[in-house]
Design a protein around this ligand. Structure first.
Ligand code: IMP
Ligand code: MG
Length: 178
């Protein structure tokens, strides 16, 4: 087993900062749909798993959720530009209000391909909620409706985000030491 030799540099968002922001996004999403809307949250694994678990508990309305698995980063810190779907929910999303839950938008490649695929399956609506947005994507076709934080253009880890599968368990978000 390889041991991550790098350490993080500085905390960018504390656990308290994150908790406050997640609670306010939760309130916004709660109020954005009619109470009887059929709302389905689709989280992108693995990065969104911590955000998803806090976000759904801040929603004061009925929802359903599932996860998707795509692979676009392979142990490194640069995108391969090639998104591979490893798991998609088998359930139908047709006629349902779908929110894609992302950890971070960097190049936007993942999201563009994913949303194109989901939109073709005729949801009643399709929105994106991302915890972090680097605002560096040049051709983002689905602007997220909800953004936790505009993130610095650095490699960030913690609160679900990894570097080579490490650091996901940190309760805060930190930049990685180069
Ligand atoms: P994109 O396709 O370039 O937008 O990258 C999206 C995915 O890459 C995210 O869902 C993350 O899993 C990963 N990613 C992008 N930037 C970072 C980062 O700063 N830290 C950790 N993972 C990242
Ligand atoms: Mg990742």
């Amino acid at each position: 087993m390889s041991v991550e030799s790098r350490s993080f540099q500085k905390i960018i968002y504390s656990a308290e900062d994150i908790a406050k922001r997640v609670a306010s996004i939760g309130a916004e999403i709660t109020n954005a749909y009619p109470p009887d809307a059929d709302l389905l949250l689709l989280g992108l694994l693995k990065g969104s798993f911590v955000f998803m678990s806090d976000l759904v508990r801040s929603l004061e309305r009925p929802i359903q959720l599932d996860f998707m698995v795509v692979a676009s980063y392979h142990d490194g810190i640069t995108t391969s530009g090639d998104v591979q779907f490893l798991y998609k929910p088998a359930i139908s999303i047709k006629g349902r209000h779908v929110i894609v839950v992302e950890d971070i938008i960097d190049s936007g490649t993942t999201l563009n391909q994913l949303c194109r695929d989901l939109a073709a399956r005729q949801p009643a609506s399709l929105e994106v909620c991302t915890l972090l947005h680097k605002y560096v994507a040049v051709d983002l076709q689905w602007e997220p409706r909800w953004v936790g934080f505009g993130a610095p253009n650095e490699f960030l880890v913690g609160y679900g985000l990894d570097h080579a599968e490490n650091f996901r368990n940190l309760p805060f978000i930190a930049s990685l030491l180069n």
